[in-house]
Design a protein around this ligand. Structure first.
Ligand code: SF4
Length: 365
């Protein structure tokens, strides 16, 4: 074991943040090395100790799809490479049903509503209103939309939004047609309008150097953002990207991110994306259920493809050893095998009732 790694991690276990140079040093080891294994273990211990071994479930509904003029090279909707030719806009009834399906058990922390770079404000505000009406009060509603301005965020807050997911992506302005300054202005306008802000280090590819990743981690920590996620880039068929980092490398990055967050109080949540077990034992503690369109998928409804449902998220978090789930209002519930079985039984009973109702309608017709 490298002596310097031992020293950095011993200090982290006693509550001391690594320096930027030390965080870069930790990321310099191959993900399969003993040094990376130890880093992942310490990242896991630090994050669990600071959060009471608590996890979160997020949910995202992709509301709309069209070939998108922002043309992000990593996204399946970018107009120059997308395989989608149709336009999809979920109607009110579908939005209502998808929100209900994700939030009916009351254990979703945040529901994100996602649309493309440009969007119709009346349509999107109405979707936020529906989500706020259908979801229980302990689930927060966040937007995941293109760049916009202060007045728009004021309207979305009035419609029921609590916060925004808005990130300066790695390669912003070169892999995308969006200048960094525009993303920063949108983030500032959202905060000015009274909305919470979530951050994420994304989308990470094999070409991203440790220095760049670490600089972003320290920026997120210094900004005091309460969500410091990590997401690897998916090599979506049709995009220019054909390679990805491994889940083990992503878990190593997640662990270093968890150590960089040590001075933050409260300690931020650390979502990992896409959901997978290695990151959840390396400092990650939040994963996302997904339905509707998805920029990392080529299916028009990701719940039939890459997207996990809420039940699968609960099980993955429990398998990773988390003992509590936090709600968007700060309350916590015990995450146990019995709780998961009860929720699944309720879902099965509801599906059976819906199936019987559909058969009886068909028989009467
Ligand atoms: S990531 Fe968002 S803004 Fe970029 S192409 Fe995809 S939908 Fe458009």
């Amino acid at each position: 074991m490298d002596k310097k790694v031992n020293e950095i991690l011993a200090r982290a276990l006693s509550g001391q943040q690594p320096t930027e140079a030390e965080a870069v040093y930790l990321l310099g080891f191959p993900e399969y090395s003993p040094e990376a294994t130890y880093t992942r273990g310490v990242g896991n211990d630090v994050a669990r100790a600071r959060t009471g071994n608590t996890a979160l479930i997020f949910g995202q509904i992709g509301l709309e799809l069209y070939p998108c003029e922002a043309d992000c090279q990593f996204c399946s909707f970018g107009e120059t490479h997308t395989g989608f030719s149709e336009r999809i806009t979920l109607d009110e009834e579908t939005i209502r049903e998808k929100v209900r399906a994700f939030t009916k058990d009351g254990d979703l922390y945040v529901l994100w509503l996602m649309t493309m770079n440009s969007f119709d404000l009346d349509y999107f505000s109405n979707a936020v209103r529906i989500a706020r009406e259908v979801a229980p009060p302990q689930t927060q509603i966040y937007t995941n939309i293109g760049d916009t301005d202060y007045d728009t965020f004021v309207k979305l807050k009035q419609a029921g939004a609590d916060g925004v997911y808005h990130v300066v992506r790695l390669g912003e302005g070169s892999y995308t047609k969006i200048p960094v300054e525009r993303r920063l202005k949108t983030r500032a306008d959202a905060v000015k309008a009274g909305l919470a802000l979530q951050d994420c280090l994304e989308p990470i590819g094999p070409e991203h150097r440790a220095e760049e990743l670490v600089e972003r981690m320290f920026k997120t920590q210094a900004d005091g953002i309460d969500t410091a996620g990590v997401m690897k880039r998916t090599a979506v068929p049709g995009t220019i990207f054909t390679t990805s980092i491994t889940n083990l490398r992503m878990a190593q990055i997640t662990a270093v991110n968890a150590l960089v967050m040590i001075p933050s109080d409260p300690y931020p949540w650390i979502p990992i994306h896409e959901a997978e077990p290695l990151g959840l034992v390396s400092g990650g503690n939040s994963i996302c259920a997904e339905t509707g369109v998805n920029p990392r998928d080529t299916a028009t409804d990701t719940s039939t493809s890459r997207g996990l449902d809420v039940s699968a998220c609960r099980k993955m978090l429990w398998e990773a050893g988390f003992t509590h789930l936090a709600m968007g209002d700060g309350t916590r519930i015990a995450l146990t095998a019995e709780y998961i079985a009860e929720r699944d039984a309720a879902d099965d009973a509801e599906a059976t009732t819906a199936g019987e109702a559909a058969s009886s309608t068909a028989a009467s017709a």
